[in-house]
Every structure is written in structure tokens, then in C-alpha cells.
Design a protein around this ligand. Structure first.
Ligand code: GTP
Ligand code: MG
Length: 204
């Protein structure tokens, strides 16, 4: 999918003030610093679209980007940011949960996981919560350029094995790098497929 137009629309903590839920929407979530904003830039091939930082906790709001006037990419704040105070964390939980659980045009959630790490409880727990609520998600393993393919594949296999305790079917998963754009076209193809289904059901 070639993107012609990608524009920042708004940042919010108030779920009631988000754009009208008329277009298909895809949200990116995962641990702080896992590479959500970088992946959004790599997918859209717009370097400065989403703000990135070496310091965890950069993205603090729900950020909407409108793509080709047809669908939304949403950059969310990360979870597991150790320096955030407890009250901040509660706030995060509240508004992100409200967003995830109520956003009616949300087609699926991309859960980003650092491919360099063995399965982390915080990521598994988050997947479990989504599963429990029946929210479809796709796993995206990030930062593939930082280690060997063998290591990434080992970590992916371990993560999927851990998920099998809870899930009958393991969600689709991709290995990506925002540096090399590994996996980015595949992620975009998936979004394209869902968009096409969305619009064809709309027209019929
Ligand atoms: P928060 O907004 O703080 O939750 O972080 P985030 O998940 O949006 O992470 P962000 O995209 O800001 O990236 C964090 C750091 O990881 C930055 O220094 C990025 O340059 C780096 N990074 C992200 N993705 C990749 C990748 O695929 N490869 C490499 N080598 N570095 C990456
Ligand atoms: Mg970010």
C-alpha cells in the first residue's frame, strides 16, 4: 500500500473527545520504549510523524494520525514505565483501558514486543487482558536489527508458547525493524486487507 497522505490530527487523554469513530482504526501499544512511535514512522515512511525518544515515557497521549483520509493509526503511551508515579499509572490504565474497551471503530490492536527479550510477564498479562475482553490483536516483535534472526525467532517461539496456555489460537505475528523496515510491508498489507473488508461491508 502506497500512502499518499499522513497527517497528525490530535492528541487526547479524554476518550470522549477523540475523532468521530467513522473510519477504521489501528492502535499501537506495548511497553514504553519498545518502538511504537518508530514503527508508525517506518510504516508510513514519514520520519517525524510520531515523536520518538531514547527515553522511555515519550508518548503520553492518545495520538491520532489520519492516513489517506481513509483510516487512522493511533500511537498510544507505553505501559511499564518504571519512573511513572502510581497515580500516573492509574490514570494511564484508566484512559487506555477506556479507549481499548470502548472504541467502536478499532479494528485491531498491534501489541509490540521487544524481540530481544525472553517473554515478559507484563506483555503476556496485557495480551491476556485483551483476550479476556475479546479484543483482536496482532503481535509485532520489534528491533529485529539489534540481534540475530535466530535469537529473535527463539524469543518469538517462547512468547507464542507462553500464550498457548491461554489462547487456543495464537494471533498473527510479525518480526519488524523500524531501521531496516523488515516486516513493515507485511503489516501494511494486513491493514490494507482489513480496510478493504471494512469498506466493502460498508458499501454492501
Ligand atoms: P514511548 O512513547 O516512550 O512509550 O516509546 P515508544 O514505544 O514509542 O518507542 P520509540 O519509537 O520512541 O523508540 C524508542 C527507542 O528505540 C528510540 O531510541 C528508537 O530509535 C529505538 N528504536 C525503535 N525501534 C527500533 C528498531 O526497530 N531498531 C532500532 N535499532 N532501534 C529502534
Ligand atoms: Mg512513543
Amino acid at each position: 500500500m502506497m500512502i499518499k497522505r499522513a497527517e497528525f490530527i490530535c492528541s487526547n487523554t479524554n476518550v470522549d473527545k477523540l475523532p468521530q469513530p467513522t473510519l477504521p482504526e489501528y492502535a499501537f501499544i506495548g511497553r514504553s520504549n519498545v518502538g511504537k512511535s518508530s514503527l508508525i514512522n517506518a510504516l508510513t515512511q514519514r520520519k517525524g510523524l510520531a515523536k520518538t525518544s531514547q527515553t522511555p515515557g515519550k508518548t503520553q497521549l492518545i495520538n491520532h494520525f489520519l492516513i489517506d483520509n481513509r483510516w487512522y493509526l493511533v500511537d498510544l503511551p507505553g505501559y511499564g514505565y518504571a519512573k511513572t508515579s502510581r497515580s500516573n499509572r492509574n490514570e494511564w490504565e484508566k484512559f487506555i483501558r477506556k479507549y481499548l474497551f470502548t472504541r467502536e471503530n478499532l479494528q485491531c490492536v498491534f501489541v509490540l514486543v521487544d524481540s530481544r527479550l525472553k517473554p515478559q510477564k507484563i506483555d503476556l498479562d496485557f495480551c491476556y487482558t485483551l483476550g479476556e475482553k475479546g479484543i483482536p490483536f496482532i503481535l509485532v516483535f520489534t528491533k529485529a536489527d539489534k540481534q540475530s534472526r535466530v535469537k529473535s525467532d527463539q524469543h518469538i517461539a517462547l512468547f507464542c508458547k507462553a500464550l498457548k496456555q491461554w489462547f487456543e489460537e495464537i494471533p498473527p505475528h510479525f518480526l519488524t525493524s523500524s531501521e531496516s523496515r523488515l516486516g513493515c510491508d507485511q503489516v501494511m498489507e494486513l491493514i490494507d486487507d482489513v480496510n478493504q473488508k471494512f469498506y466493502s461491508s460498508y458499501e454492501s
